[in-house]
Design a protein around this ligand. Structure first.
Ligand code: AP5
Length: 233
């Protein structure tokens, strides 16, 4: 099963994609993470990517597609399936993805749209930090670490992204509204698009996502033993 998680910055794409990987065996691929790695190379392409991301714009399709399709071609993506976080972000990318998967006899099976309002998005992004080592995600207000600036899981240092400031996040939201949200129509036509209210607490959002993709195998309700009735007089 191949999934897309689509939504504005701070909608929770990374948060829920990581759970799908950890608990359900999907391979989580974030084009943001792929581009951040590529940007570390100090060549002209790396510099171009870094500049575009810092400004909150979309990186050129050619560069994103190269990074993504190279990753998708790896053997692990053939097993359980993938969850793509942050791709496609425009119509051209959606078409490219369709043809890439079709050549492999695959398709997108479900598209989860995470919906949050702009104010929630700004609050989430400006308070976000993540472990520089294991990438676990935290939030100053909603999910603070037990020890300040230290990861609960591995003890690594927490870091903030350079594009996680209010001005850039509003620019990222604009790019999402103008170029990415319209792509959902591409999947509506196939009946694979489901919208989830992502302003709710994390556990509720997770449950709604699992229900939308048919993985909500909640345990059956516990049957209480019947209390014996007192014998009739
Ligand atoms: P990318 O890295 O994809 O960033 P984004 O889309 O802006 O999304 P974020 O990662 O900021 O948010 P998220 O939805 O994952 O939220 P999270 O789960 O962390 O892209 C960055 C840049 O790369 C782009 O601007 C662009 O330049 C470039 N790029 C990437 N892909 C591209 C493409 N395909 N084409 C062209 N350019 C591309 O959650 C945020 C915070 O909220 C966390 O602290 C979390 O703990 C908290 N939180 C989450 N859910 C809840 C909840 N339910 N309640 C309370 N808090 C919550």
């Amino acid at each position: 099963m191949n999934l897309l998680i689509v939504g504005p910055p701070g909608a929770g794409k990374g948060t829920h994609a990581k759970v799908l990987e950890r608990e359900h065996g999907f391979v989580h691929i974030s084009t943001g993470d792929l581009l951040r790695s590529r940007a570390l190379v100090g060549d002209p392409i790396g510099q171009e990517i870094r500049k575009t991301m810092a400004a909150g714009g979309l990186v050129r399709d050619e560069l994103v597609n190269h990074a993504l399709f190279e990753r998708l071609a790896q053997a692990d993506c053939r097993k359980r399936g993938v969850v793509l976080d942050g791709y496609p972000r425009n119509e051209a990318q959606a078409i490219q993805l369709d043809s890439f998967l079709a050549r492999r006899g695959q398709a997108i099976d479900a598209v989860i749209e995470l919906k949050v309002d702009e104010q929630t998005m700004v609050e989430r992004i400006t308070g976000r930090c993540a472990c520089g080592d294991c990438k676990a995600c935290y939030h100053d207000k909603f999910k603070p670490p037990e020890t300040p600036n230290r990861c609960d899981d591995c003890g690594g240092h927490l870091v903030r992204r350079v594009d996680d400031n209010e001005a850039t996040v509003r620019q990222r939201y604009k790019a999402y509204s103008e170029q990415t949200r319209p792509v959902l129509a591409h999947y509506d036509a196939r009946g694979v698009h489901a919208a989830v209210d992502s302003s709710k607490p994390e556990a509720q959002v997770r449950a709604a996502i699992l229900a939308a993709i048919g993985l909500d195998h909640s345990p059956p309700p516990v049957r209480r033993p019947l209390t014996p009735r007192p014998p009739r007089a």
